[in-house]
Design a protein around this ligand. Structure first.
Ligand code: PHE
Length: 460
C-alpha cells in the first residue's frame, strides 16, 4: 500500500457522508433531474431513475469507494497499483489520467454554469434594493442596465462570474480536506436542504401546483419500454452520483478506516436520490403554477420548456408575478443552486489536485493554483466559443466518458483487484450478505448492464 504518513482523513463517518453527498448533490439533482423528468414524461422517468440508481450506480459507487479506501491514493496511482502485472499497471494509469482529464473538463463547464447561478442570485437582490431605496431616474436606468447585463448571456459576463465561482471553489479546496472540503460541505448541505424545503412549501401553496405533482407521481408505464428513457436515466444517475471520474475514489481514500462501506455508500445514494426527488417536487409543481398564472411553459414545438429555458425564463417569470417576495424567493432559489454547485465543484477540483500533490510532489497550494488556472482557461475558451463547445463538452464528458470509465472501474474492482483486498476494504461486520453478492455483481452484471445501455446510446 502506498500510504503516505501525512495523508488527510475525514474526521468521522458523518464528515465523509456530508462531503460525499455534497459532491453528489449538485446541479445534476436540482436542475438536471427535474428537467429530465419533465422531458421524459414524469413519473416513468423517476421510476427508471430510482431503479437504475440502486441497481447500477450504487454498485459502481462501491467500486470507487473500495478502490480508494484500499489504495489510499488518487485515481491514477490507485488504478495503476491494483495489480503488479505491467500491462494492467499501464492500463490503470492511462484510465486514471483519463479520469483526471474528464473531472477537469466537467469542472470547466460546471463552473460556467455555477457562475450563471451567482449572477442570477445577485440580480433579484439588486432589483429589490433599488426598488426599496429612493434613487434618481438616472441611477435607476443604470441599475436596470446592470441587472439586464447580469441575466444576459455574454462571454464577458460568463468569464467574470465563472472566475468568481472558481475562486470560491479554490478557496475551499486550498484549505484542505478537513478544514476546507469537510467543513464547508457540513455547513452548506443543511443550508441547502432547509432552503429547498422552505421553497417547496411555498410553491405547493400556489394554485396549479397540483398538476405538477400528478405528473411527477403517476407513471405512464408504457414509456418505460423506451430505450432512450433508460439511457437518460443511467446518464443522470452516473452524473448525479459523481461517478467515473475519481471523485468518489479520492473521497473514499480519505474515509475513516473503521467505517463500513456498504451502509455508508447506501446512505450517500439514498440522500442523493431523496434530494433529486425533493428538487422534482419543488420545480415541476412550480412550472405548472407558472402556467396557471399565464406564463408560457411550452415552446413553439409544444414541448415542455426545460433546460436553460426553464431555469432562466419560466421560473424567473413565475417569481416576477409574486412582487417583492418573489425577488426574495428568486434570490433564494439561485443561491440554492449556487451552494449545490459549490459542494460539487470542490470535489471535482480535488481530483486533479490530489493527483498533482501525490504524483508530482507539489504543495497543496501550488497544485490548486495549477489545476484551477488550467481549468479556468478552458472555461474561458468554452465561454468564447459557447455555441460550438458547450454542448459538445457536456455530452463527451457525461454521456460517453462517465459510463465508459464506470465500466473500467467496475472491471478493476471485480477482476483486477485481489478478492481478499476487496473484502478487506469493504469493512464492517454488518455487510455479510453484501460481501457475498456484490463482488460477483460488480464483476459481471454491472459492466455488462452499463455496456448494454451505453451501446444503446451510441445507436440512438
Ligand atoms: N454529482 C454532481 C451533480 O449532480 C456532478 C458531479 C459530476 C460532481 C462528476 C463530481 C464529479 O451536479
Amino acid at each position: 500500500m502506498t500510504t503516505a504518513p501525512t495523508r488527510p482523513l475525514f474526521s468521522s463517518r458523518l464528515g465523509f457522508i456530508m462531503a460525499a453527498t455534497g459532491s453528489a448533490v449538485g446541479l445534476g439533482n436540482i436542475w438536471g433531474f427535474p428537467t429530465q423528468t419533465a422531458e421524459n414524461g414524469g413519473a416513468a422517468f423517476v421510476l427508471a431513475y430510482c431503479v437504475l440508481a440502486f441497481l447500477l450506480a450504487y454498485p459502481a459507487l462501491m467500486a470507487e469507494l473500495v478502490i480508494g479506501r484500499h489504495r489510499r491514493a488518487n485515481i491514477v496511482t490507485a488504478l495503476g497499483g491494483l495489480n503488479p502485472n505491467a500491462t494492467l499497471r499501464l492500463i490503470g494509469c492511462a484510465a486514471g489520467l483519463y479520469g483526471v482529464a474528464i473531472a477537469s473538463l466537467i469542472l470547466a463547464f460546471y463552473s460556467l454554469v455555477g457562475g450563471w447561478m451567482i449572477a442570477h442570485t445577485l440580480q433579484p437582490g439588486i432589483e429589490l434594493i433599488a426598488s426599496t431605496v429612493n434613487i434618481s431616474a438616472d441611477l435607476s436606468t443604470s441599475v436596470e442596465a446592470g441587472t439586464t447585463w447580469l441575466t444576459t448571456q455574454t462571454p464577458w459576463r460568463d468569464i467574470i462570474f465563472c472566475s468568481l465561482f472558481m475562486t470560491l471553489t479554490v478557496g475551499i479546496v486550498a484549505a484542505g480536506v478537513g478544514r476546507g472540503i469537510e467543513r464547508w460541505s457540513t455547513r452548506l448541505m443543511p443550508t441547502l436542504i432547509t432552503l429547498m424545503i422552505v421553497l417547496m412549501i411555498y410553491v405547493w401553496s400556489l394554485e396549479g401546483a397540483g398538476e405538477g405533482l400528478r405528473l411527477l407521481l403517476v407513471p405512464d408505464v408504457s414509456r418505460l419500454a423506451n430505450p432512450a428513457l433508460l439511457v437518460s436515466a443511467m446518464g443522470q444517475a452516473f452524473f448525479s452520483l459523481s461517478l467515473g471520474v475519481g471523485t468518489m475514489l479520492i473521497y473514499g481514500s480519505y474515509i475513516n478506516p473503521d467505517a463500513s462501506l456498504p451502509t455508508t455508500g447506501a446512505m450517500v445514494t439514498a440522500i442523493d436520490m431523496a434530494i433529486a426527488l425533493l428538487a422534482g417536487l419543488l420545480i415541476i409543481p412550480a412550472i405548472f403554477a407558472a402556467q396557471h398564472l399565464g406564463i408560457v411553459i411550452y415552446d413553439e414545438a409544444g414541448v415542455l420548456r426545460s433546460g436553460p429555458g426553464l431555469i432562466f425564463q419560466t421560473l424567473p417569470a413565475l417569481f416576477k408575478t409574486m412582487g417583492t417576495i418573489g425577488q426574495v424567493v428568486a434570490s433564494g432559489f439561485f443561491a440554492l443552486l449556487t451552494i449545490a454547485a459549490l459542494t460539487s465543484s470542490i470535489s471535482m477540483l480535488e481530483v486533479p489536485v490530489a493527483y498533482l500533490e501525490e504524483n508530482h510532489h507539489l504543495s497543496r497550494h501550488r497544485a490548486v493554483a495549477i489545476a484551477s488556472l488550467s481549468i479556468l482557461s478552458f472555461s474561458v475558451v468554452i465561454a468564447i466559443y459557447f455555441n460550438v463547445l458547450f454542448d459538445a463538452v457536456v455530452n463527451f464528458t457525461t454521456e460517453y466518458s462517465q459510463p465508459l470509465l464506470g465500466i473500467v472501474l467496475c472491471v478493476f474492482a471485480g477482476w483486477v483487484m485481489r478478492r481478499d483486498h476487496l473484502l478487506d476494504a469493504l469493512g464492517g461486520s454488518d455487510s455479510r450478505l453484501f460481501n457475498k453478492i456484490w463482488p460477483w455483481y460488480v464483476r459481471f452484471i454491472c459492466p455488462l448492464l452499463i455496456a448494454a445501455i451505453f451501446i444503446q446510446n451510441l445507436r440512438t
